[in-house]
Design a protein around this ligand. Structure first.
Ligand code: 5GP
Length: 209
């Protein structure tokens, strides 16, 4: 990562853990990072706005983007494609601004391969019973689908070892605050700031670092 590039923040976690709710809370207040709007082939839900919640596209359009190499990552999730358009991410990072992705775990693993110095934050459920309750309360899935999602969630939770941070979603507000603190702390990491100082020292012909 060059010294003035923004930070890529990958916020992920198992299905139904509340990623969307925590993300909305993070973006409610003032912050210094931009949300990358994902592309999807799933149907638009009532109240969702094209270009704000997602870029809603057909499978053909999505596959064309994949073929053209225009997606940073993508995954097929419950029969639909979801992915991160590359251009916005690159342009925003190049402009020195942080970019925040909220994506499922397969996509996060792809980003890890391509951008290893991104910051990976895993949102975990307090326990699986809580996750089951949440999926049931959401009321969008059949009992069978909920069991399927729980099996998947167990597999997904085992992937947390590949992340940098784990935030437990026991309270939305607390989880959102913690994510913001993680991002702030990441900006203070030595390897992210050392380049700036190296440059200053070079200008002054001092070789300290
Ligand atoms: P939903 O259909 O409920 O909006 O999202 C379903 C899942 O897709 C969520 O876990 C969400 O985090 C994930 N998702 C949203 N956008 C992306 C994306 O760009 N890439 C990947 N890999 N997953 C995404």
């Amino acid at each position: 990562m060059t010294k003035d590039r923004g930070l890529l923040i990958v916020f992920s976690g198992p299905s139904g853990v509340g990623k969307g709710t925590v993300r909305a809370k993070i973006f409610e207040g003032k912050n210094d990072f931009s949300y990358s709007v994902s592309m999807t082939t799933r149907a638009q839900r009532p109240g969702e706005v094209d270009g704000k919640d997602y870029f809603f596209r057909t499978r053909e359009q999505f596959e064309e983007k994949i073929r053209a190499g225009l997606m940073l990552e993508y995954a097929e999730y419950v029969g639909n494609y979801y992915g991160t358009p590359l251009e916005y991410v690159n342009e925003t990072l190049d402009a020195g601004k942080d970019v925040f992705l909220e994506i499922e775990v397969q996509g996060a693993l792809q980003v890890k391969e391509k951008v290893p110095d991104a910051v990976f934050v895993f949102l975990a459920p307090p326990d699986l019973r809580e996750l089951r309750d949440r999926l049931t309360r959401r009321g969008t899935d059949s009992a069978e689908a909920i069991e399927g999602r729980l099996v998947k969630a167990r597999e997904e939770i085992s992937l947390m070892k590949d992340y940098d941070y784990v935030v437990v979603n026991d309270e939305v507000e607390k989880a959102a605050e913690l994510v913001k603190k993680i991002i702030a702390a990441e900006h203070t990491r030595v390897e992210r700031v050392v380049e700036k100082y190296r440059e200053i020292f070079e200008k002054e012909e001092v070789t300290l670092l």
